[in-house]
Design a protein around this ligand. Structure first.
Ligand code: 6V0
Length: 331
């Protein structure tokens, strides 16, 4: 104590809040990959992690804290107590049970809804102005569930949605074209996963649309079988789960990118789960992915893509699946 008194001449109490605090609920594979990306990419240096497994949580926290010298003034807190989440600008939810081999995302719905019923009110209590970013599966349904439970305006409840599917799509396009992933432009919309819709009509390199050169692109009639790329996107999560037991790095990076867009008020466009009633003929309260403008208030705008009739039909089919699952949820 004496040393500290001799070392410092206090002028002003230290500030706790950096204004960019992110809470991540769920210290599993997805949650920790997200935290690691957020901290190492400099998206936020103030992260709170919550889980129900106290020892695992403490282990993860200590392991990350020991990396502090390699990060940018990281403040890492972890606890089973939601008090540590107070004042979070974004609350990322990755808690829940994950898909087992062969299990669909939609099978998980009630189990993860029950978990959200506990988590969401506690997060809101400590961070009433927060933006929710849901990653737990089935992500579109659970984003709807979060909207219902929280009572928040729709722009503040976002799901990670097809940001990951779109990234996988762009990666596979890049492999086929030998062009950098960042130069391959295209979106996957609709449900994250099985009924997702590739917007082939908009896929382009430097503004040159592949559909202008190959009008059959993405269809069964296409002799070049570009459709295989979307099939691979749909299968890729199952394949990674089969090979390593879970998926983590790509979804962690996706979450980190979305947090960056919000914290920097970027107005950048990402395919995320949002409220889609009124878009492309959807008439129900459904959350699915469309390209959205993300900034400090969450989703400020939904981009109205010029979809083909076939793409619209597929999007509406995706919505029908959502509505069916939603009707079975017990709140
Ligand atoms: P995991 O490694 O089992 O981690 C889940 C964590 O949640 C565990 O540490 C649990 O202790 C914790 N948890 C469970 N219940 C609660 C609770 N009530 N409160 C706090 N924490 C709790 O799973 P993993 O991290 O692999 O996956 C998490 C979720 O993300 C699953 O629903 C996955 O299906 C989903 N994914 C979503 C993706 C997307 O693109 N949106 C991608 C991959 C996985």
């Amino acid at each position: 104590m004496a040393t500290i008194l001799k070392l410092f001449q206090p002028l002003q109490p230290k500030q706790e809040d950096t204004g960019s605090k992110i809470t991540v609920v769920g210290a599993g594979q997805v949650g920790m990959a997200a935290v690691f990306s957020i901290l190492t990419q400099g998206v936020s240096n103030n992260v709170a992690i919550v889980d129900v497994m106290a020892e695992k949580l403490r282990g993860e926290m200590m392991d990350l804290q020991h990396g502090s010298a390699f990060m940018n003034n990281a403040k890492i807190n972890a606890s089973t107590d939601y008090a540590i989440t107070a004042g979070s600008k974004i609350c990322v939810v990755t808690a829940g049970v994950r898909q087992r081999e062969g299990e669909t995302r939609l099978d998980l719905v009630q189990r993860n809804t029950d978990i959200l019923k506990v988590i969401i009110p506690k997060l809101l209590q400590h961070s009433p102005d927060t933006i929710f970013l849901i990653a737990s599966n089935p992500v579109d349904i659970l984003t709807y569930v979060t909207w219902k439970i929280s009572g928040l305006p729709k722009h503040r409840v976002i799901g990670s949605g097809t940001n990951l599917d779109s990234a996988r799509f762009r990666y596979l396009l890049s492999e086929r074209l030998s062009i950098a992933t960042t130069s391959c432009h295209g979106y996957i919309i609709g449900e994250h996963g099985d009924s997702s819709v590739p917007v082939w009509s908009g896929v382009n390199i430097a503004g040159v649309r592949l559909s202008d050169m190959n009008p059959e692109i993405g269809t069964d009639k296409d002799s070049e079988s570009w459709k295989d790329i979307h099939d691979m996107v749909v299968k890729s999560a199952y394949e990674v789960i089969k090979l390593k037991g879970y998926t983590s790095w790509a979804i962690g990076l996706s979450i980190s990118q979305l947090c960056h867009a919000i914290l920097t008020n970027a107005n950048s466009v990402h395919a995320v789960t949002t409220y889609v009633k009124g878009e492309h003929g959807i008439e129900q309260d459904v959350f699915m992915s469309l390209p959205c403008v993300l900034g400090s208030s969450g989703v400020s705008d939904v981009i109205r893509q010029r979809l083909t009739e076939n793409e619209k039909t597929q999007f509406r089919k995706s919505a029908e699946i959502m509505v069916k699952v939603q009707s079975g949820i017990k709140f």
